[in-house]
Design a protein around this ligand. Structure first.
Ligand code: B12
Length: 274
């Protein structure tokens, strides 16, 4: 397959072209051929340029607030010219509540300020070449980890008050923790008690007190997933999987990637999970 060809276009009458230029350069750095239309292009001009240049993708940038009018007009103009198969993505200053409207009107995806250009490049490669391996989104919450001082004291709330079933107690020496798993539907609550002062749970309790420590997502193909996250510049606590409870392989994503929430990716041996 040759180089991916992208048209970056700036519809509208405003002069905000920094974002479009940043994106154009980033995609070039990822080996794509980028054609930039320049400022103040009408939807029809954009559609014509995309067809003439035979691009694989169109990227629209808008900071003027007119995206709800302009983006669907570009898609209309493509349809009128029998070029509706060229996918359109967008970015700029776009309030979250406008995104569903734009998707309903045919925009494939919106990248707003702060979004990583690595993630955009990966997305475009997959959009243009869907046969390329795509990792599935995690399908369920494997467990929610709660840091407690002592499992023996904490347990009765979960078993007696909430009526959850205690599945088992397990010690994870490498982490210096004792864990109790309580089943809730097909997910679990994991109580975590520190066994040593070196344990991350000990440090957490000292700093923040008892409470939610992490959310674990069931995620297969963990090695590949970590590589993808790394290539997208997502900060990881573990770049390689390590041993978790129940013979699982786990890795933690740094909370600064996720609004202060510590996420664990957790892969169980095939066939072992309910
Ligand atoms: C810099 C700036 C300007 C500069 C523009 C310089 C230039 N050549 O671009 C100047 C000073 C000229 C300017 C002028 C005006 N501005 Co101004 N400006 C900004 C500001 C502060 C930053 C925009 C920016 O460059 N960000 C940096 C770039 C890299 O980020 P970005 O564009 O968001 O791009 C990222 C993503 O959005 C995404 N992305 C962007 N495009 C695309 C495209 C694709 C395909 C993809 C996948 C992703 C993607 O990826 C990028 C990287 O992460 C914003 C406020 C803000 N915080 O956004 C206001 C802002 C855009 N401006 C605004 C306004 C109102 C104006 C003026 C009308 C002010 C005035 N009354 O004169 C004038 C208009 C002048 C004109 N003729 O157009 C408003 C727009 C309001 C709205 N949307 O409803 C904003 C939002 C400020 C505000 N909060 O009110 N502005």
């Amino acid at each position: 397959m040759g180089k991916i060809r992208v048209l970056i276009a700036k519809p509208g009458l405003d002069g905000h072209d920094r974002g479009a230029l940043v994106i154009a350069q980033a995609l070039r750095d990822h080996g794509m051929e980028v054609i930039y239309t320049g400022l103040r292009q009408s939807p029809v001009q954009i559609a014509q340029a995309a067809i003439q240049e035979d691009v694989d993708v169109i990227g629209l940038s808008s900071l003027s607030g007119a995206h709800k009018t302009l983006f669907p007009k570009v898609i209309e103009a493509l349809k009128e010219r029998h070029a509706a198969d060229i996918p359109v993505v967008g970015g700029g200053v776009i309030p979250a509540e406008d995104i569903p409207y734009l998707m309903e009107h045919g925009v494939q995806r919106i990248f707003t300020s702060g979004s990583s250009t690595e993630a955009l490049a990966t997305y475009i490669k997959q959009l243009v070449n869907p046969e390329a391996e795509k990792l599935k989104a995690p399908e369920k919450i494997a467990h929610i980890g709660i840091a407690v001082k002592q499992i023996d004291q904490a347990l009765s709330f979960y078993t007696d008050t909430l009526g959850l079933e205690l599945e088992g107690i397990e010690t994870i020496e490498t982490e210096g923790v004792k864990t109790a798993f309580l089943k809730i539907g097909s997910s679990r609550i994991e109580l975590l008690e520190p066994l040593t002062t070196e344990s991350p749970i000990y440090r957490f309790l000292n700093k923040r007190g008892e409470g939610i420590h992490h959310i674990a997502l069931e995620a297969d193909e963990l090695d590949e997933r970590l590589n993808t996250l790394k290539s997208e510049g997502i900060p990881l606590i573990n770049e390689e999987p390590k041993q978790g409870a129940h013979d699982s392989q786990v890795a933690f994503i740094h909370p600064k990637a996720a609004n202060g929430v510590l996420f664990e990716l957790c892969q169980h041996p095939k066939g072992s999970e309910a």
